[in-house]
Write a protein that binds this ligand. Structure first.
Ligand SMILES: [Zn+2]
Ligand SMILES: [Zn+2]
Ligand SMILES: [Zn+2]
Length: 148
C-alpha cells in the first residue's frame, strides 16, 4: 500500500496517553505505593476491569505490590499470586485510585464498598472473588459462606 508520509501513523494502535502498563521491576510513579498493572489509568482501572467503580488496587502477599486485579498481577509478574495474609489484615492492603488513600484489609472487607477518605464508590462485585486477594478461611467467619 502507498505510504502516506503526512500521517503520523499508528494513532489507532497507540493506547491513550493516560494508560500505562507497568511490569516488574518497575512500579508506576503516579502512585505513592508500589503499583503495577496492564493499561492502568490514573484511577487504577486496568485492561481487565474498566468500569467507573473499578478504582481499587489490591496488594498481594507474594510481592507486596499493589495491582488493579489478579490478572494484572499474573501478567506483570509471572509468579503465582498469593492473597494478602490474614495475620496482616491490619496493614494497608487496598489503594483507592481516586484519592490515593490506603485502607487496611480489614477496613476494606468490613467497609461499605466506598472509600472512607473520599467517598468514591468501589465495585461491590469484588466481594465475590475476594478470596483471590485476601486470605479468607472457611473455618471461621460466619458472616459469609464460601461454597468451595
Ligand atoms: Zn506477586
Ligand atoms: Zn487488571
Ligand atoms: Zn478515596
Amino acid at each position: 500500500m502507498p505510504t502516506d508520509s503526512s500521517d503520523p501513523s499508528d494513532r489507532e494502535t497507540t493506547p491513550p496517553a493516560d494508560r500505562k502498563t507497568t511490569t516488574a521491576p518497575d512500579t508506576d510513579p503516579r502512585f505513592e505505593v508500589p503499583l503495577r498493572g496492564i493499561d492502568v489509568d490514573p484511577e487504577t482501572r486496568c485492561a481487565h476491569w474498566d468500569a467507573p467503580v473499578d478504582v481499587v488496587a489490591l496488594r498481594f502477599g507474594c510481592c507486596e505490590t499493589y495491582y488493579p486485579c489478579d490478572a494484572c498481577h499474573d501478567a506483570a509478574t509471572g509468579h503465582e499470586a498469593v492473597p494478602w495474609p490474614r495475620e496482616r489484615f491490619d496493614e494497608p492492603a487496598v489503594l483507592c485510585g481516586v484519592c490515593g488513600a490506603t485502607l487496611t484489609a480489614r477496613a476494606y472487607l468490613d467497609g461499605t464498598d466506598a472509600c472512607p477518605a473520599c467517598d468514591a464508590r468501589f465495585n461491590p462485585g469484588c466481594r465475590k472473588h475476594r478470596d483471590r486477594y485476601f486470605e479468607v478461611k472457611g473455618s471461621d467467619g460466619g458472616e459469609d459462606k464460601d461454597d468451595l
